[in-house]
Design a protein around this ligand. Structure first.
Ligand code: G1P
Ligand code: ZN
Length: 543
């Protein structure tokens, strides 16, 4: 066993985006590519001697190889103890849970979340800090800067590590503890939700379908929903994680979870449907022939938080990303708690939760969570809904329609223009940025612009500033058009257009979202010249 110092040269573009470094598997497979980035992490986080780190991923193609490299590099950097999920598996929320529970210095998550996997798919790596959450920008910027100047990496030459069995072994001076990927997380969930009430719900014949999308959420859902909560076998579909997610796009939205949506629309549909993504941090909530938008889900959870034992004392506040609908804001107002607006990406919620300012957080991109960990948490949201359904005993659709009747409905949709020419996308955004200051006061169709700007955020806890976080055009009635470029894509650029319209009048709550939002979509296209500049007749994906 020898520790080698291997000369290397920087790879351009190792800049973490919205959620870590995401690239094509083929890019990660270049000799030294992963090693360089991991070295940049170790150089940035400093002395790890005697410290605990947590390591795991969503099991996608290249997970095993990456785990092997990272373990050997961790050993070369004097890490005291490494907790690794069995077979290299840990969902993103489970990793956050393990970091917090075991007082680790941080953790390394291997995932490209909802992006497709396999040899031609995507891979990703992300560093989480001791609070269990994604490293803030100041750290990811430092990792990037280091990746651009490093000249060597350090690695142990030990091999043949068996990660398929729980147990403990030693590499160099580092103790490797292989842990059950589900146990700590399941225990945390059992403390937050009324498992007895949910068990009784299932015992009474309540039927559910959970789509694991052949991704890492499957084993967690199977253990908890079928095992601990007694749902019948077969409740979890696509529950075995596959390296390529069975060729599917593991993003739990009505487009990519089409199998679940079809089952939930069938005459014999179960009472409740849900899905989670590649790494288990996203969720979709579905009733019979009724998909709940993520923004509405957050608003419903906030309204009903106290049904769950873990939130009986009430919530301190809510945070949502800027493009997420303002439905949660209305709930916060009624509850008399603050609602924070942050840039896109879960990392912006960490400070607010650490400072005790918010309990619940959410994003329109099928992300919901609370301060129980510092990542969004797909299964947590599903368990919350199960707890709510066990208490209220009403269909999902009724719960949401009653919510709209009380608070008004925020019609909401996101249009993605994927893999657009990067220069064309930059130009489109630059043009909107230049145009924004002159939009206020303009009348566009039936709307009048109240405010238009390039959103920037000052973190209320540490004062850090994030600029250029999306062009927002807010109408006098609260309706909004938002444009931003994706920070997670790996091909060209992805333009995201977010549309929101508020309707207080219950008589107007029966429209489908596409028709309700069509006038705003027309304005967005006219302003941004979306179709002309992207050369597309419409979005690639609409959710
Ligand atoms: C997308 C979502 C964002 C989410 C992120 C990671 O980022 O829009 O809300 O936090 O994935 O799951 P984007 O590609 O838009 O930068
Ligand atoms: Zn994810």
């Amino acid at each position: 066993m020898t520790i080698h110092t291997v000369p290397t040269t920087p790879f351009a573009g190792q800049k973490p985006g919205t959620s870590g470094l995401r690239k094509k598997v083929t890019e990660f497979q270049q000799p030294g590519y992963l090693h360089n980035f991991v070295q940049a992490i170790f150089d940035t986080i400093g002395d790890c001697s005697g410290q605990t780190l947590v390591l795991g991923g969503d099991g996608r193609y290249f997970n095993r190889q990456a785990i092997d490299v990272i373990l050997r590099m961790a050993a070369a950097h004097g890490v005291g103890r490494m907790l690794v999920g069995r077979s290299g598996i840990l969902s993103t929320p489970a990793l956050s849970c393990v970091v917090r529970k075991h007082g680790a210095m941080g953790g390394i998550v291997l995932s490209a979340s909802h992006n497709p996997g396999g040899p031609d798919g995507d891979f990703g790596i992300k560093y989480n800090t001791s609070n269990g959450g994604p490293a803030p920008e100041r750290i990811t910027d430092a990792i990037y800067a280091q990746s651009q100047v490093l000249s060597h990496y350090r690695i142990s030459d030990i091999n043949c590590l068996n990660l398929d069995q729980d147990g403990t072994f030693v590499i160099e001076e580092m103790t490797v503890q292989v842990i059950d990927p589900v146990a700590d997380y399941a225990e945390l969930m059992a403390g937050l939700f009324d498992f007895r009430a949910i068990r009784a719900l299932f015992a009474g014949g309540f039927r559910m379908c959970f789509d694991g999308m052949s991704a890492v959420g499957g084993p967690y859902a199977t253990t908890i929903i079928e095992g601990m909560l007694g749902a019948p076998a077969g409740t979890v579909i696509n529950g075995v994680p596959l390296e390529d997610f069975g060729g599917h796009h593991p993003d739990p939205n009505p487009v990519n979870a089409a199998e679940l949506i079809a089952r939930m629309a069938a005459p014999d549909a179960p009472d409740f449907g849900a899905a989670s993504d590649g790494d288990g941090d996203r969720n979709m909530i579905v009733g019979r022939a009724f998909a709940v938008t993520p923004s509405d889900s957050l608003a419903v959870i906030a309204t009903n938080a106290t049904v769950a034992p873990g939130y009986r004392a009430g919530i301190k506040g809510i945070a949502r990303s800027m493009p997420t609908s303002t439905a949660p804001d209305r709930v916060a107002r009624e509850l008399g708690v603050p609602c924070y607006e942050t840039p896109t990406g879960w990392k912006y919620f960490g400070n607010l939760m650490d400072a005790g300012l918010v309990t619940l957080c959410g994003e329109e991109s099928y992300g919901t969570g609370s301060d129980h960990i510092r990542e969004k948490d797909g299964l947590w949201a599903v368990l919350f809904w199960l707890n709510l359904l066990a208490v209220q005993k009403k269909p999902v659709e009724t719960i949401v329609r009653e919510h709209w009747a009380r608070f008004g409905r925020n019609y909401y949709s996101r249009h993605d223009y994927e893999a657009v020419d990067a220069i064309a996308a930059q130009e489109l955004m630059a043009r909107l940025r230049a145009m924004a200051p002159s939009l206020a006061g303009q009348v566009l169709n039936q709307y009048t612009v109240a405010l238009a700007d390039d959103y920037h955020y000052t973190d209320p806890v540490d004062g850090s500033v994030s600029t250029q976080q999306g062009i927002r055009i807010i109408m006098t009635d609260g309706s909004r058009i938002v444009f931003r470029l994706s920070g997670t894509g790996t091909e060209g650029a992805t333009i995201r257009l977010y549309l929101e319209r508020y309707e207080a009048d219950p008589a107007m709550h029966g429209m489908d979202a596409a028709s309700a939002l069509a006038p705003l979509a027309d304005i967005a296209d006219a302003l941004a010249e979306l179709k002309i500049r992207t050369g597309r007749s419409g979005p690639t994906v609409t959710t």
